[in-house]
Ligand binder design. Structure first.
Ligand SMILES: [Fe+2]
Length: 296
């Protein structure tokens, strides 16, 4: 009854046109009008990222899905038994998300989740306007998200004990140089019921927009390099240079979205066999690269 994958992410933004251009010209996804906002398509799911027109830049919700109805029912029963407040969405709301059913809840740090089941596809092919050959999705979901989690231990326990996630890695990162005045920040990297190294990670620091970053994965280094070229040509802030992470071996760069959080655009993430995997505790973030420029 573990969560199968990260199915979608929903963002509130005042800058829908900024997102349209960013989605099509930088990310290489297809943008479609939807209500006052847009949907971004990156595979056979009708959308993976939805931008709702809003007054401010704010993470709205992440959609996590169970594989099927029995898993969903068992997962929801477990959350109820633990006293987690759940709000069942209407049939129309579920249709809008392209799932059969979902409930809304928040994790102990206040991150908004939609837990659902049912993968409703429309048979239309993904055709990237930038020639991206495809994104690595399918059963592994859209990629990963990193949430702010000021209640780090309690929030990790929520994902592990109630949603069925497992530990992949934990780490303390020192963004201020690691001197005596730098206490570092804690991270937990968690996998669910698919081979992606982590679908959710938790970082012990606040994020103004409500999201630290989301990651999308492409087949090869050339696809990452071309995205970096497009980002630089579009004047997008590059938050981190190209680098290779220690834990998931992802080669990636980070860039700012119109909503202020980052997108990590990478390739080559490992896909461990969870039956034989031993969680790691990483003493550094990267094998090389990932030089940060947090900017304004
Ligand atoms: Fe990441």
């Amino acid at each position: 009854m573990a969560i199968r994958s990260l199915a979608y992410v929903i963002i509130d933004s005042a800058d829908v046109e900024g997102w349209r251009s960013y989605g099509e010209n930088v990310l290489g996804m297809q943008a479609f009008d939807h209500g006052d906002g847009i949907r971004l398509r990156m595979d056979d799911r009708p959308f993976r990222v939805q931008i709702l027109k809003g007054a401010e830049e704010k993470f709205h919700a992440a959609g996590l899905v169970y594989a099927d109805k029995p898993d969903f029912d068992a997962g929801i029963a477990r959350l109820r038994a633990a006293g987690v407040a759940l709000e069942l969405a209407s049939v129309d709301e579920a249709k809008e998300r392209h799932v059969r059913e979902f409930v809304r809840c928040t994790d102990p740090s206040g991150n908004r989740l939609e837990l659902g089941w049912g993968n409703i596809v429309d048979g239309k092919p993904f055709v990237s306007p930038q020639g991206v050959p495809g994104f690595i999705t399918g059963e592994m979901g859209l990629g990963h998200i990193v949430f702010p989690a000021m209640k780090l231990a309690e929030t990790r326990a929520f994902y592990v004990d109630l949603l069925g996630f497992g530990d992949s890695d934990e780490m303390r990162a020192y963004f201020q140089g690691g001197g005596p005045d730098d206490p570092g920040v804690g991270f937990h990297f968690l996998h669910c019921d698919n081979p992606r190294h982590h679908s959710v990670a938790l970082g012990e620091f606040p994020a103004p927009s409500g999201l630290i970053h989301m990651m999308v994965e492409v087949p090869g280094l050339d696809d990452v390099g071309r995205a970096l070229d497009r980002a630089m040509a579009a004047g997008v802030h590059i938050s981190s240079s190209l680098g290779k992470h220690m834990n998931d071996k992802m080669t990636s760069f980070y860039m700012r979205t119109p909503s202020g959080f980052d997108v990590e655009y990478g390739c080559g993430g490992i896909q461990p066999d969870w039956k034989t995997f031993t969680p790691t505790i990483s003493l550094k973030e990267d094998e090389w690269g990932h030089h940060w420029n947090f900017g304004a």
